[in-house]
Design a protein around this ligand. Structure first.
Ligand code: ADP
Ligand code: MG
Length: 377
């Protein structure tokens, strides 16, 4: 067990690293953040910010020496970085799990091998394979880069073979998957925490609404049939078990109009759709990340109130500073801003949680507040 006053490390200094840092420091741990960005949102909150690249061996050695345990806020960290750090101290999640889920081909192949349902897909490594994949899967289909995609980036929807070939070229001919585009009744996710002994705490199923491929709103509890919620929870736990996972894990699902539940993707870290846990659960997903990193069992994942989480993208700053006064005057609204300097369109700047005993009222009020944030004069 690693106890307070010890130093914890986090790779990546964005908003997820920042919320991890806040959780760890409020529990009495010290935190070192590794991130090349001098304006890193997490770096600003940490005891120490090492401004270096993730493959800088001297920086990794310094971090390894300083820390009792290390985690990551993003999956695109080179697996070798995690392996180097693991020579110094425990690294959770382990490099093996991260390397599976950071690549869509390995991720989907892994799910298939464990009989976990995914969207029908084909691996695409050359132009010839993209033509065959369109024949196999039919259209519309989505060509996705195997690595480095997020918030809908690195994805192109295609309607025929020619478009698929062009899309493959646009994406630079890198390894891809072609997926059938399924008709969605809903998207849901399950965030869970699992310790090294296999003790697992699953948060309630969240319903996610995406706009332009980016998460917009999370509604909890998800408004899906109880059987769907039950199966999603079981599947997420099965994924964690199959990965021999230690840490916080998120599984995104598609619920199709035909009533199927398919795994979309896995994140080896706290997830945007788990930000509601900051205010609405007995233990937040970031506290779980601290606990599982430190060899402690997961905390109580119980939901204390229905909640709606609304992302605040840079677009909200379009007409100037948002009207925070409107939001903050509502006692049920909880604002979280990430301390990012520049509000670019599509950039995640913050979020707010809205807690109300009546879920539908929470949905309606959160939506109205979001509109007033930029409309009020
Ligand atoms: P990212 O890594 O950018 O989150 P996802 O694969 O989760 O990428 O895709 C982002 C969003 O695009 C999904 O949440 C969903 O709304 C939509 N989407 C992606 N793949 C499919 C698909 N096969 N069928 C229907 N919608 C999809
Ligand atoms: Mg996604």
């Amino acid at each position: 067990m690693i106890l307070p006053d010890a130093t914890l490390g986090v790779l990546g200094g964005g908003q997820l690293g920042r919320m991890f840092t806040c959780a760890a420091r409020s529990m009495g741990y010290r935190v070192v953040v590794l991130d090349p960005d001098p304006h890193s949102p997490a770096g600003a909150m940490a005891d120490r910010h090492i401004r270096a690249d993730y493959v800088d061996h001297a920086a990794l050695a310094a971090m390894g020496k300083a820390c009792a345990a290390i985690t990551t806020e993003f999956e695109n960290v080179p697996a070798q970085t995690l392996e180097i750090l693991a020579e110094h101290c425990p690294v959770r999640p382990h490099a093996g799990a991260v390397s599976i889920v950071q690549d869509r081909i390995r991720e989907k192949t892994f799910l298939r091998a464990h009989d976990l349902p995914t969207v029908p897909f084909d691996t695409v490594l050359q132009t010839r394979a993209v033509v065959q994949a369109v024949k196999d899967l039919g259209t519309p289909a989505i060509l996705k880069c195997a690595a480095f995609g997020y918030d809908g980036k690195g994805q192109i929807t295609v309607h025929n073979e020619q478009e698929a070939v062009a899309a493959f070229e646009t994406l630079g001919g890198v390894p891809c998957v072609l997926e059938r585009r399924v008709d969605l009744a809903a998207e849901v996710s399950v965030v869970l925490a699992r310790d090294a002994a296999g003790n697992t705490a699953c948060y309630p199923v969240a319903e996610n609404i995406h706009v332009n491929g980016i998460l917009d709103t999370t509604i909890v509890p998800a408004r899906v049939a109880p059987e769907i919620a039950q199966r999603a929870t079981e599947m997420a736990a099965a994924v964690a078990e199959a990965l021999q996972y230690c840490g916080v894990l998120a599984v995104e699902f598609f619920v199709t109009t035909g009533g199927e539940l398919l795994i979309n993707e896995i994140a080896p870290r706290p997830h945007n759709s788990g930000h509601y846990t900051l205010d609405a659960c007995a233990t937040s997903q970031f506290e779980q990340q601290v606990r599982t990193l430190c060899g402690l069992p997961p905390g109580d994942a119980r939901l204390l109130s229905p909640v709606v989480m609304v992302n605040l993208l840079g677009d909200v700053w379009g007409g100037g500073t948002p009207h925070w006064d409107v939001l903050l005057q509502d006692p049920k609204a909880k604002l979280h801003l990430y301390g990012k300097k520049e509000a670019r369109p599509g950039r995640k700047m913050g979020h707010f949680n809205y807690l109300d005993d009546d879920l539908e009222r929470a949905v309606a009020t959160a939506k109205a507040l979001w509109q007033e944030l930029h409309c009020a004069s």
